[in-house]
Design a protein around this ligand. Structure first.
Ligand SMILES: [Zn+2]
Length: 107
């Protein structure tokens, strides 16, 4: 399934928020499974009427509780298990979690 489809589902008003958080993670994930969002962006994705940060935190917590996303996820970056998500292209960094590109060892 394409990431565009997951982005569409993340905005689907009739789906459970925990699922929508998972779909947002899948829709925006980079190559290492991290989906970073600017401040307030995940709030906008989850509702037309922007929900409070507390509400979004609760949805993220629920998605973590159900095992949809990794425990280090926050509303600023949703993290997918590398077992569940694989992608051949894209960034391998995350500012929210302080992940920088690893220099490859060249013999
Ligand atoms: Zn991250």
């Amino acid at each position: 399934m394409s990431q565009e489809e997951y982005k569409r589902r993340a905005r689907h008003p009739r789906l459970d928020y925990a699922h929508r958080v998972e779909y947002a993670a899948m829709g925006w994930a980079n190559q290492i499974g991290h989906a970073e969002f600017p401040p307030g962006e995940l709030n906008k994705i989850l509702a037309d009427r922007v929900p409070s940060n507390n509400a979004v935190n609760n949805h993220v917590r629920k998605a973590k509780g159900w095992g949809f996303i990794e425990v280090e996820s926050t509303r600023r970056c949703l993290v997918l298990s590398m077992y569940h998500f694989q992608k051949g292209i894209g960034d391998r960094t995350c500012d929210e979690h302080g992940i920088r590109p690893v220099k490859r060892f060249t013999p």
